[in-house]
Design a protein around this ligand. Sequence first.
Ligand code: FES
Length: 643
Amino acid sequence: MTESVHKILEHGELDDGRVTTVTVGHHTLAVTHHEGRYGCLDNHCPHQGGPLGEGSIEGGKLRCPWHGYDYDPTTGQPPPPFDDAPACYPVEVREDGVYVTLPDEPVRTRTVSDAMVETMMAWGVDTVFGIVGHSNLGFGDAMREAQARGDLSFFGVRHEGAAAFAASGYAKLTGRLAACFGIAGPGSTNLLTGLYDAKVDRAPVLALSGQVPSGTIGRGAFQDLDLEAAFSDVARTSHTVLPGSDHTELMNLACKTALVESDVTHLVFPDEVQIQPSDAPASGPDGRVAPRTSPAPAESLDEAVGLLSAAQRPLIIVGAGARRDMDAIIALAERIGAPVATTFKGKGQISDAHPLGCGVLGRSGTPIASWFMNESDLIVAFGASFANHTGISPYKPIIQIDRDPMALGRFHPVAVGVLGDVGVVAREIDDALPANMPAADRREEVAERWAIWRSEKDARVADDRGKGIGSAAIFRELSEAVDQDAILAVDVGNNTYSFGRYFEVERQQVLMSGYLGSIGFSFPAAMGAWAARTGRQVVSVSGDGGFGQYAMELTTAVKYGMNITHVLVNNGELGKISKEQRSADLDVWQTSLHNPNFADFANNCGARGWSVDDLSELSGALKAALVHDGPTLVDISSDAALV
Ligand code: FES
């Protein structure tokens, strides 16, 4: 073994009678100065690894701070009868300081964690959000190596809940697999809410948990929780990588399941397994995943084409399940001149500027969409889940197209359920329709309805009770300020309902916590969207209640230079809950919020903040925030009654 000499102290730097910790490369040393002599021991106490450099010198002995074991400060020898001594390194006092001779570090050995990281990267996981800590350091070190090679981006957040929401936002935006990472116990349980968000919205996410050493699992040790049990509901699969496990195959299975099933999967890494040597080859999807295109069964297709051919006023409704198939659906709509409404989760899948686009249907929707639903004689629903929020009328004849057999007729029977890939079936219907369709082209009617709605919106923009800016005005300004292809992550509450109703989309993409409806989603999801590095503008929108949940993540955005603008619709309360309490004839109770000055808060975090109290200032503040290169926040004083 080769050795090298390293300077560890200047003269006079360490007083006589004291001990300190010095790091040289990956060596951590306890350096002592006692009665004019220097000593240098390995910092780890032989008993249980206590930090000797944080101990004290008493009676000529170096005393470990954890349980009081004593060692000679210059030789490391314990007093008799003990014989367990920390490594001791030769010290030399030279003219310019104190030096130590240390063995050179061995070449890094490939570990189980390295093999697992290589495998997940083969499946396309190149972005991980999380927190490194006590029980996941080995896996963290493998990710550090991958990041140093330029293969992986790791984002260290302030709370693991944000890591899971960021991974969910990334996956919802890209359809690719993202990962989140936490320690044993609380670091992993903090991931659960964001993972449920991904699960119920069918976004693929891989959760990675550190764990206590396998020999202590199940014995109630510090941070020892049964993580497989804790994740058994949220994760499609949850496995602990044990010593001797076929670890790369467990990673292959976790990645494949998450992608193929559009679900959450989970792996648990006991502490010592993470750093065991591994020569297991990494592999990926080659030979494990086949292309999937599912055409419609002929009889379902015939029934659907028959109904659509006879309809006079068909309406197409698209949900998030049709997000990646909109070209085929819009081509079909244009062919038959049918209006297209979206679910709230599908907002933006057809532009509001398209002559057949009629916005969102339902509680967060426009009167245009509800008009066409009420006037329709047939609904053709692509990739929509028929949530209450959307309110697709069950009394109309419905053709429902979905790749998930469980989604068909989920809440009530439909006239025709077509099982198949949404884009494939849209093209099949298009090809099978007769040349002359009875339905009239509805473009003019769509334009008329938009004119009526825009006139109503203009009237609402002018509303002013002197208690803040109304939502119609806020989202008109935001519609005009953001890029046409921006990514917007929204939250929950009245601000989000108003966004659905008033914000007019061009080619923007909207991310939301759909079925879980989790408050606090928007800002960490925007972090995930930014990490996908699409080159598009990233904006998040929430109320003050939602932003408050993960406000400290603004420092994460500053740390990584995330160019995100947060639009804060601030009414000083949980406005939707106040409204629900009133509507239930209850007293408004415990919904008020005590807030900081959010613009000052943003500036304090190292971001840029603007406070907007008057509509005349809003456009300028939004534009300034959006062009600023870095995280920004626009705190808008809003009127809780003007939603
Ligand atoms: Fe040092 Fe126990 S760890 S005495």
